[in-house]
Design a binder for this molecule. Sequence first.
Ligand code: SF4
Length: 365
Amino acid sequence: MVSTSSRARPKKKSTPHRKHAHDVPDPQGIRRLLLAWYRKVRRDLPWRRTQDPYAIWLSEVMLQQTRVETVIPYYARFLEAFPTVLALAEAPLDRVLGAWSGLGYYRRARMLHEGAQELARSYAGELPRTSAALRGIRGIGPYTAGAVASIAFGEAAALVDGNVHRVLARLYAIDEDDAKTRKRAWEIAEQLVKGEAPGDFNQALMELGATVCTPRPKCDECPVASQCRALAEGRETSLPRPKKRPEVPTLERTAMVVERPDRAVLLARCGPEGRFAGLWEPPMVDGAVGAKAFGLGSAVAAGEVVHVLTHRRLQVHVLRGSEGAKAPKVAPEYAEHRWVLPADAKDIGVSTLCRKVLRKAGLAW
Ligand code: SF4
């Protein structure tokens, strides 16, 4: 239980909002203020113009870790290519990864595809209507289940993403480590969502976190400032407690780029496991190695590419084959390899790292 004692309050210049410190937070007040605000300021986003559960599911998956402006064109193109769950389920994974190319976090696309196949097999291509049943689908976690169930089906299902976590940690001044704050945020979200328009309420919470209660909060513009305990205690910028991030190790790799006279490049498809599963890239091996590691007599060093992932940093030395179109040796971890023309790249999954490597080798991909 959060203490309402005023003793913990640091001496800080008072603002009009802080005078309510003893009364906050009031769940009904939060609901009322947030809903009224959201209905006034909500951004007109493509996925807010539909009630199609599949389109809402897609938007929620795309928006994880990715900015709204980046998602908008991908969302439209993806829906055009795969307008229904069944269309997505029937599509080959390569085409799905191709439509996702450049959006990053490709695991999301693979899970979406697997989820669609499960829905095609078990639910005739429809999404089940409850968060509990949605959570049973491969790739749909508690957050996505809550979003789809509340927005598409009107269920009072809670959700907590990074933005909501930050908003609730501040509103309720949760001063715990990351895991405990997350647990508490889910409990609060479950209480708050009960009431009218749960889908709008969840979107209001997310919208507040995305536009007002940002890492540097704009409390002067906040519709629930009168309810915010962190603001009342002068801790709006210090909560939630920062997550301890482990140091990210660097993995050194070498990529070999060989281009044929017709501009086709030899690409290899990564195996089914790992961060780049199913994606195509110039053949790579671990370490800083020379042309011999690829069975070639010589190569030109084209430079280095650094690519930062969530848990590691990749430092890729780029070699460009200098023996014409002689194909390099491809490591056995790759599932397959073939010559690919730049025009055909849209039909396969090509990661941002792959494009960076090809550009470093002087190719316009
Ligand atoms: Fe509290 Fe400020 Fe966040 Fe509003 S924007 S919830 S007042 S910290």
